[in-house]
Design a protein around this ligand. Structure first.
Ligand SMILES: Cc1ncc(C[n+]2csc(CCOP(=O)(O)OP(=O)(O)O)c2C)c(N)n1
Ligand code: SF4
Length: 286
């Protein structure tokens, strides 16, 4: 699969650094969108603030970029307003695990039917290279010149413990595999997250393309993704030649939206509204 797919490009040319892992994620998403027929009228991408967030500007699919750390609640709201949409979140490791960490926990717990693409470069890219919660212990950066004191947070461990029903990992350079994984995550009914190992060539000299190419391995076919204990063991695996990629956990469970009786009849935005009541509420609280 070529990385030069130009369908679904917007009028803006990407301004990511040459070699940035975001190019692979973007290509994989566009391939997935073409194959699954995601378009402006049936899909939306919500992004946070960071280099990752520019994906909405470069892709010809309806996009929304809100506050740093808040794409998950915005996406959850969009899904409730129109549960027929395919709703994607493009978020960074700072965006998702620092400023927005609480939102990940609660959306996973609710099993909101959204697909989170975590652009995991283990650094704050846009603000030119400070440590993020996912940078490793001892990692030296502008904000931790003597090395990071605390351990890194493991995003999939947090997501699994919080109740996420689809958990996967892939390297941004494996465009074909990532593209198929994005389709599977979107087809999953419930909260899906893919931890995408995305090198930041400008500021992270540890989590490089070479590092990931050397150390990732595919989960064997015998791996049982419905076994939660096995999934916990897998998400804890990290180290030399020990980074499993593929679907780590998948569970069938009612989504938040399936349990909202209001959504049984039609999408929320089509349901009749009592405008008089809404106007009186607005007047009362304005
Ligand atoms: C509430 C808030 N805090 C801080 C910032 C400044 N800021 C903008 S992007 C960013 C970090 C982005 O890092 P990450 O989410 O990992 O995305 P990346 O740029 O690496 O893709 C920060 C701290 C902000 N815009 N808003
Ligand atoms: S700063 Fe890092 S994450 Fe941002 S575009 Fe450049 S390589 Fe990519």
């Amino acid at each position: 699969m070529a990385i030069t797919n130009t369908k679904l490009n917007s009028k803006m040319d990407p301004n990511w650094c040459s070699g940035c892992g975001n190019f692979g994620i973007w290509a994989a998403f566009k391939h997935a969108a073409q194959e699954a027929d995601w378009n402006n009228s049936n899909s939306v991408i919500v992004a946070g603030i960071g280099c990752h967030g520019h994906m909405v500007n470069f892709t010809e699919i309806t996009g929304f970029q809100g506050l740093h750390g808040r794409p998950i609640p915005v996406a959850s709201g969009i899904k409730i307003a129109n549960h027929k949409l395919n709703v994607f979140v493009s978020t960074g490791d700072g965006d998702c695990m620092s400023e927005g960490g609480n939102h990940l926990i609660h959306a996973a717990n609710r099993n909101n039917d959204i697909t989170v693409l975590l652009h995991d470069n283990a650094i704050y890219g846009l603000t030119t290279g400070q440590s993020s919660p996912l940078s490793g212990k001892g990692f030296k950066s502008k904000s931790t010149p003597l090395g990071k004191i605390e351990d890194s947070i493991n995003p999939l461990q947090v997501a699994l413990a919080s109740g996420a029903t689809f958990i996967a990992r892939e390297y941004s350079g494996n465009v074909k595999e990532l593209s198929q994984l994005i389709i599977k995550a979107s087809e999953h009914k419930g909260f899906a997250i893919i931890d995408i190992l995305q090198p930041c060539v400008a500021f992270n000299k540890t989590n490089t393309h070479t590092f990931y190419r050397r150390n990732i391995y595919n989960l064997p076919e015998s791996y049982e993704a419905s076994d939660k204990n096995a999934a916990f063991a897998k998400v804890l695996e990290w180290g030399i030649k020990k980074i499993p990629v593929g679907i780590i956990y998948q569970e069938n469970k009612l989504t938040y939206e399936q349990q909202l009786p209001q959504l049984n009849q039609d999408i929320l935005i089509n349901l009749p509204r009592n405008q008089k009541e809404i106007n009186s509420l607005i007047t009362k609280y304005s």
